[in-house]
Write a protein that binds this ligand. Structure first.
Ligand SMILES: Cc1ncc(COP(=O)(O)O)c(C=O)c1O
Length: 387
C-alpha cells in the first residue's frame, strides 16, 4: 500500500499514547494513577455548558461562514490587546477547531518543501510532526536543565540558516513550566530583528495558568515584531474546554487571508454553537481564576513532596500544569524510568524523551486531584527508597 511518506513515517503523539496506555492499564488495575494527560480535571464551567444547551435548543447547528463569528474575532482581538498588549486586527484572527489545528494551519500555510522550522527542546510533542507533515525540516534548539532551560539568542543563532522560515516558541511551556521572562523575550526580539525573514509562532495555550509572581511576555506585544508574530491560543487548558475543540490564531489580515484558503478547503468552519460557548468563556474570569488557584495549591504541595524524595528534583513551574521531574537513575533512561515508576509505584508519567531530551526527566500533570497527587508522591518515594 502506498502512502504519503511523510505521513506514514510520523511518530505517534507520545502524550496521547501514554494517556491511552494508562486508561487501558487502569481497567486491569484501577489503583494505577495516571498523571500522563495534558487535560484539566475540572468540569467545564456551567455558564459555558448552559450556553451550548441554549444554542442547541435554538437549532443553531449549521455551517458558519468565514474564519470565525465576527463578534468572536472582535472579542479575541480585544482580549489580545488588553491582556497581552498585542494589537491585532480582527480580520487577522482565525477561529479553529483547537489550538493544535491553528498551529498546523499556520505551519502548513507558511513553509515550502525543504524550509526549516526551529523550536526549543524540550518542547511539545506535536511541533516536529506538524513540521514534517508540512514537508519542512524540524530543527530543534536544545535547551538545558543546567541553566533552567533558558532561551538565549546565542542558542538560536547556532541553529538558524538561510532556510529558516519559522521559529515556534511555547510559553508557559509544556513540559518545563517555564515562562518567557522579559530578559529572554529581549533575546528573542534581538534574534528576530537580526533575521527579518524568520517568522515567529508563539503558542500561548497555557497563558492563563500562570503562578504567583510570574510574568509571561507575549512576543506580539513588541510593536517591531507584531507583524511577524502569529499568536496561537485557545480554550482547552484555561477554561477546561478540551473536548470542545476550539482555539485560534492571530496574525496580519494579509497572512490570515492565505491561511484561510487552506482552512476553507479543510475545515470549512468552526462549529457555531461552540464559538458561542467560547464567547461566554471569555467572560469566565472568576472561574478561570478559581481553577488557577487550585493548580497553584496542587503545584506547591506536589512539587514540595517530590523534592523530599532522594534522587528526585523538580523546579517549581511558573506556569502550565506540569511537573518536569528529574530522576537520578544510574543506567536508566527516561523511558525506562517511566516504566520503573509504572511497575513499582503504579504511577503513569510521560518519559522526557517524548519532548526531545536525553536527560532522565518524567512529566507528570498536576491537573489531577490533590489526593492522587499526594498518593503518587508517596508511592514514588517508596519505589525510590526500595531501589
Ligand atoms: C503546548 C501545546 N500547544 C497546543 C496544544 C493544543 O491544544 P488544543 O488543540 O486542545 O487547543 C497543546 C495541548 O496539549 C499543548 O500542550
Amino acid at each position: 500500500m502506498e502512502f504519503n511518506e511523510k505521513i506514514r513515517d510520523l511518530a505517534p503523539s507520545k502524550s496521547i499514547v501514554f494517556m491511552q496506555k494508562a486508561k487501558a492499564l487502569q481497567k486491569e488495575d484501577p489503583g494505577i494513577i495516571s498523571l500522563a494527560g495534558g487535560e484539566p480535571d475540572f468540569t467545564t464551567p456551567k455558564r459555558i455548558r448552559d450556553e451550548v444547551t441554549k444554542q442547541l435548543e435554538k437549532g443553531y447547528t449549521h455551517y458558519t461562514i468565514g474564519p470565525g463569528l465576527p463578534e468572536l474575532r472582535e472579542r479575541i482581538a480585544g482580549k489580545l490587546r488588553e491582556e497581552n498588549g498585542a494589537e491585532y486586527d480582527p480580520y487577522g484572527v482565525i477561529v479553529t477547531p483547537g489550538g493544535k489545528f491553528a498551529i498546523y494551519l499556520a505551519v502548513r500555510s507558511l513553509v515550502n518543501p525543504g524550509d526549516e522550522v526551529m523550536f526549543p527542546e524540550p518542547g511539545w510533542v506535536s511541533y516536529p510532526s506538524i513540521v514534517e507533515a508540512s514537508n519542512a525540516c524540524p530543527v530543534p534548539v536544545r535547551l538545558s536543565g543546567s541553566d533552567g532551560f533558558r532561551l538565549t539568542r546565542a542558542k538560536l543563532e547556532e541553529k538558524v540558516s538561510e532556510k529558516t522560515r519559522l521559529l515556534i516558541v511555547n510559553y508557559p511551556n509544556n513540559p518545563t513550566g517555564r515562562v518567557l521572562s522579559r530578559p529572554e523575550a529581549e533575546e528573542l526580539r534581538a534574534f528576530l530583528n537580526a533575521h527579518p525573514d524568520v517568522l515567529l509562532l508563539s503558542d500561548e495555550i497555557y497563558e492563563r495558568i500562570l503562578f504567583e509572581g510570574a510574568e509571561n511576555v507575549s512576543p506580539a506585544s513588541y510593536p517591531d515584531l507584531r507583524d511577524r508574530v502569529i499568536t496561537v491560543n485557545g480554550f482547552s487548558k484555561s477554561v477546561a474546554m478540551t473536548g470542545f475543540r476550539i482555539g485560534y490564531l492571530a496574525t496580519t489580515p494579509e497572512i490570515a487571508k492565505v491561511m484561510y484558503k487552506l482552512f476553507q478547503h479543510t475545515m470549512s468552519c468552526t462549529s457555531g454553537f461552540i464559538m458561542k460557548a467560547a464567547l461566554t468563556a471569555l467572560d469566565c474570569q472568576e472561574e478561570i481564576e478559581e481553577m488557577r488557584q487550585e493548580y497553584e495549591r496542587r503545584r506547591d504541595a506536589f512539587i514540595g513532596a517530590l523534592n523530599e524524595i532522594p534522587g528526585v528534583t523538580a523546579a517549581l513551574p511558573e506556569g502550565a500544569f506540569y511537573a518536569w521531574v528529574k530522576f537520578d537513575m544510574p543506567g536508566l533512561d527516561s523511558e525506562e524510568t517511566a516504566a520503573f515508576l509504572l511497575k513499582e509505584a503504579r504511577v503513569v508519567g510521560v518519559p522526557g524523551n517524548a519532548y526531545g531530551t536525553d536527560e532522565t526527566y518524567v512529566r507528570f500533570s498536576f491537573a489531577s486531584s490533590m489526593e492522587d497527587l499526594m498518593e503518587s508522591a508517596k508511592r514514588i518515594r517508596e519505589a525510590m527508597e526500595k531501589r
